[in-house]
Ligand binder design. Sequence first.
Ligand code: DGY
Length: 320
Amino acid sequence: MKPRVLVTREVFTEVLDYLERHFDVTPNQADQPFSPDALAKALSDKDGALTVLTDRIDAGLLAKCPKLKVVCNIAVGYNNIDVKACRDAGVMATNTPGVLDDSTADFTWALILAAARRVTEAEAYVRAGEWKGWKLKQFLGADVHHATLGILGLGRIGQAVARRARGFEMNVLYHEPKRLPADVEKACGAAYVNFDELLSRADILTIHVPYSSATHHLVGAAQIAKMKPTAALIHAARGGVVDDTALIMALKRGTIAAAGLDVFENEPALNPEFLKLANVVMTPHIASSSTATRRNMAMLAAENLVAALTTGKPPNLLNP
Ligand code: DGY
């Protein structure tokens, strides 16, 4: 009998075809999200699962899924999975590193340019039929070229963002808990500074750290207060790294000039105050969402599932 697996959300048909060659697959092409109880029920007789960032995999769920051997997240971030609980339950957990770095970095640049140059605000003005003529001081924004880009978290995605800054002839600074090797700094053209210096010197601050208890509200009121009043904050990492309430207050008061956000606390139920602000560009957690990249992410997760259930050695194991 083939192992039984659940695919918790809609995926590309070639990913399902690939899985069906190995497993008895329960798909969810209707893309209806599972409630926690429904997910536990659906997984109670499964050997493996392809999950997404909205599926919470914790000790409570694992206790109800005695056959489960592996969960493969279609995401590089895995804060929806309690990795320790998986380890305790003998369940492998995997993610999809590497395949989304460039697409996420490209999109970060879309947010940088849109926030600095007020693209969505100006577009809404045109669409509303409010444009009556050219004005010298219309939608004045901030230059990106030759500005200082501050990168919080110079991992794979942060590095891809830094490399793209070359074309804009920017001064690139970064902060990490531990300074990176000189060859990495050189390849990125990025100089190490402490967190306070990063905040106070950046014209554009972009965040690329994973979410965990250690990074919860890493950027809150105290940190935003150290930024320039002309600065823009860009966030395409994970909701919760930024204190959204503090950010809203800062955007209202002019503590900083603008924000470009792809992720939010409690998404999709983002703080409604964001919707009242003209100086924030918002997108619905789509930084990695190019067709090729989302397909590659889903296929890599599927490959992990096949490897886990056939060899016990998935390539992107989080809890060896
Ligand atoms: C990730 O891979 O963690 C992304 O946020 C999913 O879009």
